[in-house]
Design a protein around this ligand. Structure first.
Ligand code: GAL
Length: 420
């Protein structure tokens, strides 16, 4: 009898081992792993560090690092869509935490619930609760975060500002006072690049104009885009883009950063992947080589976004992908990736001694600032809104009519279910 119970117990234990879905470290993995992102070229070194770490831990797996270049995923997202809808998902792909993930792939029921992985890897307590809300629904947790980036940052070269006799502006009024003086000297006051970077600039300007409460109210559907406050944000934006470069639409975000680095432009507003570019690629020293401040009028506010990777349903190499997600979310993985990327780790136990002075200051701000979600990088609005917003922006750039544009933005919000 005893023997029978013991045998039943052993059989059950063996069966449990077999059906446990997330055995990521115990097995010797083999075959391939295809990861998909837009971190190519200058954006590649941080990802490579993570791939190297994965390969060290899983030497039997060949990593296929599929990238589609183009800042903010403008090209990659289109390719991903074709692959997902065509039933050929990569094993794991980059996606922004927030509406870009939840309002798109989760809503379409294309992602696997990663709650078991989170429990197995101790991720439940490793990431801030607020962030887990951005990657989760009442039905599950849908991706593993790898970065916390800040969108509202003003970049400059301190030695250049000194030479030109200007200071980093605290407000847009300050900027509009010094911009004509810079222009007279032949310096572009604010470097801008291709289309998505215009949306990126807009969100910093709108946040400054609206304030954090109204910014949140917009996305909750509690403040209309064509309210007087909404119109005012477009008016301010119109004044600011007068001081940007004419060739913006033909430049990558790195080329706009280069304008600041080379002294052709005074300022640029970009996410802190620009810090990664300047320190990792350009070998500039944060503080002395390049300087930063919260974008004008947004001190004390942290416009955040988070890159994450998920596991699509039907991934060919599911076990290898789970092991990838385990490395990506680990302290070791996060602290190998983020110091090169310009971002801070989403983990609460990150080792700050591995980070440079810019990241240290971002980390301090993240712990005390008011956190608000980025529009341009997937947190606040779904892809439907983002696609339509591109046309709204186009309309503004052509017409420069704040009231009409604000009305179009409101129609776009209603169409895409904002606040519902
Ligand atoms: C953002 C992304 C960043 C960085 C940037 C520029 O959307 O979250 O990690 O890659 O685009 O491409």
């Amino acid at each position: 009898m005893k023997k029978t119970i013991f045998t039943v117990f052993l059989t059950l234990a063996a069966a449990m081992l077999l059906i446990t879905p997330h055995t990521t470290c115990a097995k010797d993995l083999s075959g391939q792993l295809e990861i998909f992102s837009w971190w190519a070229g200058d954006e590649g070194p941080a990802l490579q560090a993570l791939v190297d770490l994965y390969t060290k831990k899983n030497s039997g797996v060949e990593v296929i690092n599929a990238t589609v270049s183009g800042g903010s995923g403008v090209n990659a997202k289109a390719v991903l869509k074709t692959r997902m809808l065509g039933g050929e998902p990569p094993d794991s792909f980059q996606v922004h935490a927030g509406q870009e993930l939840i309002g798109t792939w989760v809503r379409a029921d294309r992602m696997e619930d990663l709650t078991p992985l989170f429990k197995e890897q101790g991720f439940m307590n490793a990431f801030p609760e607020g962030l887990i809300k951005n990657i989760g629904t009442d039905k599950g947790i849908w991706s593993v975060p790898v970065t916390i980036h800040r969108s509202n940052v003003l970049w400059f070269v301190p030695a250049n500002l000194k030479k030109w006799g200007v200071k980093a502006p605290n407000s847009w009024d300050d900027f509009l006072t010094i911009a004509p003086k810079l222009k007279e000297k032949g310096i572009v006051p604010l470097a801008l690049a291709q289309n998505w970077t215009v949306n990126h600039l807009w969100e910093s300007v709108a946040l400054a104009s609206l304030g954090a409460d109204n910014w949140d109210a917009l996305w909750a559907g509690k403040l209309a885009f064509d309210s007087p406050e909404g119109v005012k944000a477009w008016e301010l934006f119109g004044k600011i883009i007068e001081f940007t470069n004419q060739d913006a639409s033909s430049l990558s975000w790195q080329q706009a950063t280069d304008m600041v680095v080379d002294g052709r432009a005074a300022f640029n507003i970009m996410g802190d992947w620009a810090a990664g570019y300047m320190s990792t690629t350009k070998k500039m020293v944060p503080g002395s080589g390049f300087g930063w401040a919260a974008s004008p009028g947004t001190a004390g506010q942290f416009l955040f976004l988070a890159d994450s990777f998920g596991l699509p349903k039907g991934a060919t190499n599911r076990d290898n992908a789970l092991a990838w997600l385990a490395v990506l979310g680990s302290r070791e993985g996060s602290d190998a990736f983020n110091p090169l990327k310009g971002s801070i780790s989403p983990r609460t136990d990150s080792d700050l001694s591995k980070y440079n002075d810019y990241a240290k200051s971002a980390s301090a701000d993240f712990s005390k600032d008011r956190i608000v979600g980025s529009l341009a990088h997937g947190v606040s609005a779904n892809e439907g809104f983002m696609n339509d917003f591109a046309a709204v922006m186009e309309m503004f750039l052509k017409s420069r009519n704040a009231a009409i544009t604000a009305k179009a933005a409101q129609q776009t919000a209603v169409k895409n279910g904002i606040g519902k």
